[in-house]
Design a protein around this ligand. Structure first.
Ligand code: 16G
Length: 256
């Protein structure tokens, strides 16, 4: 890797501040594949020695690439080239599950359970699911991966009466609900921008503070009752949500 960081070209002030020159060189190495996703970057001290630049300059260059999402820092183990993910184009007009969406694309789903159990409902959960006082809820928090790449963290809540034993849910929540005769038929989804906090970013394999999408879904049963309240954080670089828009129907003009 060392020829990438040979000191010779860094002295030319015509190429802008030194930290930008180094950042550019690392960015180019990632773009050309000379540095592959998951590769470890030399330590700050090693980079300074290889390039002849000061550690302050090296630190500034690395920090800028972490903020732009090209590098990730893992506490205690160093700095790595961020894993690139294939973008998922997701329609906003179909009520589908993560498992169905990925199966349709031929991608292999895996989930890591972060929390699963029955708890007292929070005021927000009570409101969203229109629960009676004292009703308990099943919570299922998962990190969701496709072909090994973490894409989203989903935190689902349902009334305990709709899902008394969350421990029995297997790979798909919607499959488990269907098996209980509770299939959501309609959902309202709210999407907003979010900068990822440290814990969510670490789970998703990106730098803290990078852009993500916060999604809230309330899904309803045939009859109109709210069934599922899910708060998710999606990787901003992994998803394109697509909505089809049509002209509103003009009211018919009468000749009178
Ligand atoms: C989707 C839904 C989520 C639902 C999950 C079920 C969004 C933003 N979220 O990811 O609300 O709980 O599917 O997936 O679309 P599963 O059946 O694979 O567990």
């Amino acid at each position: 890797m060392s020829p990438l960081f040979a000191p010779s070209d860094f002295a030319d002030p015509g190429h802008g501040p030194l930290y930008l020159q180094l950042g550019r060189r690392i960015g180019e190495a990632i773009a050309s594949g000379a540095l592959a996703p998951g590769d470890a970057l030399p330590s700050e001290r090693e980079l300074a020695a290889l390039t002849g630049l000061s550690r302050v300059t090296v630190r500034k260059a690395v920090a800028a690439l972490v903020v732009s999402g090209q590098l990730v820092q893992r506490r205690g183990s160093g700095t790595f080239v961020a894993s690139s993910v294939e973008k998922v184009e997701q329609s906003l007009s179909q009520l589908t599950s993560f498992s169905e969406d990925m199966a349709r694309r031929g991608r292999k789903v895996r989930s890591v359970w972060l929390e699963r159990g029955v708890f007292a409902a929070s005021p927000e959960e009570m409101m969203a699911l229109a629960l009676a006082a004292g009703e308990r809820v099943a919570r299922l928090d998962r990190l969701r991966l496709a072909d090994g790449a973490p894409l989203a963290i989903e935190r689902a809540t349902l009334a305990e009466s709709d899902l008394p034993d969350p421990g029995k849910v297997g790979a798909s929540l919607y499959a488990a609900l269907r098996a209980r005769g509770r299939r959501p038929v309609r959902a309202v989804q709210r999407i907003s921008a979010a900068n990822l906090g440290a814990r969510d970013a670490e789970l998703l394999g990106v730098a803290a503070g990078v852009a993500g999408l916060r999604i809230e879904r309330i899904s309803y049963l045939d009859g109109g009752r709210a069934l599922e309240f899910t708060r998710s954080v999606y990787r901003g670089d992994a998803y394109d949500f697509v909505a089809e828009l049509r002209l509103p129907q003009e009211p018919e003009k009468s000749d009178a």
